[in-house]
Design a protein around this ligand. Structure first.
Ligand SMILES: Nc1ncnc2c1ncn2[C@@H]1O[C@H](COP(=O)(O)OP(=O)(O)OP(=O)(O)O)[C@@H](O)[C@H]1O
Ligand SMILES: [Mg+2]
Length: 373
């Protein structure tokens, strides 16, 4: 087990090698939203802020899906919007192929969006109800310079886009309005529109959570197929850790604006290290769930996420943590390698070598604890 500071996971992680080139990277990404208070407070108090995202490090690799999992309000969408450069950030860097990029609209933003596209949760809201599928896709192709030169080129590009998302034959869909499509078909059109830019990275913010359960798998399989065929780097945001296990190569867990655990999806979901990840898995309706994790949680673990205006000191999960120790309420835990699989880490003092040593049978601390029982 090794302690590290909060630097991003090294490239030699669960998905290393030349085939897994890093496309997009967040380093120390931070976003605080100012809170507007009553007028008189402006003169008397410090400016309060929602600490939506703090010191987030994340790597998206070519041909890989990275899941970002966490409960509502943990900052997942804010991370995606920051990566898409839709918000200015409070701190940190976004690296595209290793180069720090900051864009604020205009031509540079379009050039960035050509390479990094976003898919939103609600395809009904993201498609304009007064325009047809043809309009949405043509616009995307033209904005990003992929419409070709002739009308035939455009038709071919449109058919190709619809084919990629399995909406065939194209003439059945091109003249349809969003309300004439099913939820799954709408999300496929939204995905096709994103592909119109021919991007390298897709940021998918809960792309299936608004869809009927019966069609979720189809859309996830489509994204997986696109990842493989187009060698896309995909960020898959979800609150459903079971789907991350199924769909993502790597899983990162976020709690109250901070990353708490990361590693190969299989390891994070089958061998969760952070008490918060365990809680998420316990509450997920996964039939393959590992048993025995529910022991000793008592009443803790339930409860609410903390206020992000005054987040708890130390580990933000400490007020809910079944394993809380005095140190957790004071010191922020760094990323600590768990050591079971390469690249598996948790930001939790339970894995601090000193804590682990104290828990070994025969240690003085273990003996004291035993006597106290
Ligand atoms: N534009 C904004 N202004 C102020 N606060 C914001 C803004 N956007 C998000 N927040 C706050 O930041 C925190 C994180 O929000 P975010 O939408 O990123 O969470 P999320 O993990 O995507 O949640 P959900 O699962 O519900 O989509 C929340 O406390 C939210 O209220
Ligand atoms: Mg969200």
């Amino acid at each position: 087990m090794t302690l590290s500071n909060s630097a991003p996971a090294p490239a030699a992680g669960p998905a290393s090698g030349p085939a897994t080139e890093v496309v997009l990277e967040a380093v120390g990404l931070t976003k605080h939203f100012p809170v507007r208070r009553k007028l008189r407070d402006l003169f008397t108090r410090e400016h309060a802020a929602v600490h939506a995202v703090d010191d987030v490090n994340l790597v998206l690799r070519r041909g890989h899906v990275t899941a970002l999992v966490g409960e509502s309000g943990s900052g997942k969408s804010t991370v995606a919007r920051l990566l898409a450069q839709l918000y200015p950030r409070t701190g940190g860097d976004i690296l595209l192929h290793g180069d720090a990029v900051t864009v604020k609209g205009g031509r540079r933003f379009r050039a960035y969006a050509r390479r990094v596209q976003m898919i939103f949760q609600d395809p009904f809201a993201s498609l304009n109800p007064v325009h047809t599928v043809r309009y949405h896709l043509t616009r995307a192709l033209k904005i990003h310079g992929n419409a070709g030169r002739t009308a035939d080129d455009l038709e071919r590009a449109l058919a190709d886009l619809l084919g990629r998302v399995s909406l065939t034959p194209p003439e059945r869909y091109l003249e349809k309005f969003p309300h004439e499509l099913s939820g799954g078909q709408r999300q496929r059109v939204a995905i096709a529109r994103a592909l119109g830019a021919n991007p390298e990275a897709l940021l998918a913010d809960e792309p299936v959570s608004m869809l009927d359960v019966s069609i979720r798998l189809g859309v996830l399989n489509l994204l997986r197929d696109l990842k493989e065929r187009l060698n896309l780097a995909i960020l898959y945001i979800t609150h459903d850790i079971a789907s991350a296990r199924y769909f993502a190569d790597e899983t990162m867990v976020m709690y109250a604006g901070r990353m708490v655990e990361g590693g190969e999806s299989e390891t994070v979901t089958q061998n969760p290290a952070h008490p918060y990840t365990r809680l998420l898995i316990e509450s997920a309706p996964d039939p393959d769930r590992i048993s025995g994790l529910t022991a000793d949680t008592g009443d803790r673990g339930n409860g609410e996420p903390p206020s992000l205006i005054n987040p708890p000191a130390g580990c933000r999960f400490n007020p809910r943590c079944p394993n809380v120790m005095p140190r957790c309420t004071v010191d922020l835990p760094p990323r600590i390698e768990i050591g079971d699989r390469p690249g598996h880490w948790a930001a939790c003092w339970l894995y601090d070598p000193a804590t682990v040593a104290a828990q070994q049978p025969g240690s003085a601390a273990a003996a004291t604890e035993e006597a106290a029982r």
